[in-house]
Write a protein that binds this ligand. Structure first.
Ligand code: PLP
Length: 382
């Protein structure tokens, strides 16, 4: 979709892109300044492979204070983005034939990474009826003697679904009976949880699972720092050490300047996080309302992240004004791009169709314009 949008834009089309998975804000100024100061102070050399100690201490403090987890700095690792945390963990543990349980819809990289590691992604359908969330019954049915990991992601990309502490505890009940299964908790959207919901993470709500849970987070989404490539995690020492060994031969550790910037983000004022959460919540309400007014679309109000996941079932089988048969959600996404100049992602790319993932990481005026264009497109189908 990114390539198609770039192609259309190069040809002069004015596309509104609701397909990107990153905040539209600039990195906070005090974070930018910390990076510039780090360069000037000569912090431009290799750091320790697992990350420089002041950042690891700030990461440990974050897990202690925000998540109530008794984390020491030695039990942390800093990687080049949350993505590398996940990849390191999988690569350090998976063998051919191992299975990884991935609730669907999922972030597209999970199954790809599992396959890169020679293992098998076991995707478990989580329909809208269960809030796009994994149930204890579905988890229990998916576990086999080959299961090595369960990956949980809350708030979720692509649905914005947020697991409550009670829902996590119900999953934990199943996991406690399977001591060989590791848990990867992808908390990258932690700070984007809206009014009425509360963030919870597995190692916090069920400390008996902490010894086999990797809790992953990062600065990309919370501090609008996707390009700085800093992610971090805490978990069992044996796993962190294996990940560090791997990282030592891969990247030698994350960029020193970005680590200084991430330290400023974690240790500095947090008003940016609060402000952007409020902005995203307001946008969610406007976008969900706008989508629900469109013929053939239906969209629940997700509790977090910056994605609306709208059913487009009501459009399937119809024909767009441009004469395109809308047989799948991919057809809908392509027709929207060509005929309404709005780029969204088809849900089937994330393992569940027919849905559209609409990222509301854009200013209010562009979002309103996009919703109008989508509505017009839907109404003109026959
Ligand atoms: N996990 C999820 C669910 C994501 O959506 C993303 C980024 O889109 C990541 C992890 C990776 O984040 P990072 O930019 O820190 O690598």
């Amino acid at each position: 979709m990114i390539d198609r949008v770039a192609e259309r834009k190069a040809a002069g089309a004015r596309i509104i892109s609701l397909s990107a998975g990153e905040p539209d804000f600039d990195t906070p100024v005090h974070v930018q300044e910390a990076a510039i100061a780090a360069i000037r102070a000569g912090h431009t050399r290799y750091t320790q492979v697992a990350g420089m100690r002041p950042l690891r201490e700030a990461v440990a403090r974050k897990f202690q204070e925000e998540n109530g987890m008794p984390t020491r700095w030695q039990a942390t690792i800093v990687c080049s983005g949350g993505k590398q945390v996940i990849y390191n963990a999988l690569a350090a543990t998976l063998n051919a034939g191992d299975e990884v349980i991935i609730p669907a819809p999922y972030w597209v990289s999970y199954p790809e990474m599992v396959q890169l590691c020679g293992a098998r992604a076991v995707t478990v359908p989580c329909p809208e009826a269960t809030g796009f969330k994994l149930t204890p019954e579905a988890l229990s049915a998916a576990i086999t003697p080959r299961t090595r990991w369960l990956i949980l992601n809350s708030p979720s990309n692509p649905t914005g679904a947020v697991y409550s502490a009670a829902e996590l505890l119900a999953l934990a009940e199943v996991l406690l009976a399977h001591p060989e299964v590791l848990v990867l908790s992808d908390d990258i959207y932690e700070h984007l949880v809206f009014t009425g919901a509360t963030f919870a993470t597995m190692a916090q709500v069920e400390p008996r699972l902490a010894g086999r849970t990797l809790t992953m987070n990062g600065v990309s989404k919370a501090y609008a720092m996707t390009g700085w490539r800093i992610g971090f995690a805490t978990g069992p020492q044996w796993l962190l050490e294996a990940m560090e060994k791997l990282q030592g031969q891969q990247t030698s550790g994350a960029c020193s300047i970005s680590q200084h910037a991430a330290l400023a983000a974690l240790a500095g004022p947090q008003d940016f996080v609060r402000n952007t959460r409020e902005v995203f919540e307001r946008r969610r309400d406007a976008v969900v309302q706008g989508l629900n007014r469109a013929f053939g679309l239906r969209c629940a109000r997700a509790a977090g992240a910056f994605y609306a996941f709208a059913s487009c079932e009501g459009l399937i089988g119809r024909t767009s004004a441009g004469g395109r048969l809308l047989a799948t959600d991919e057809d809908v996404a392509l027709a929207l791009l060509d005929e309404a100049q709005v780029a969204v992602m088809q849900g089937s790319a994330f393992g569940l169709g027919p849905y559209l993932r609409i990222a509301y990481a854009l200013d209010d005026a562009s979002l309103a314009q996009a919703c109008n264009a989508i509505r017009h497109f839907c109404e003109s189908t026959t």
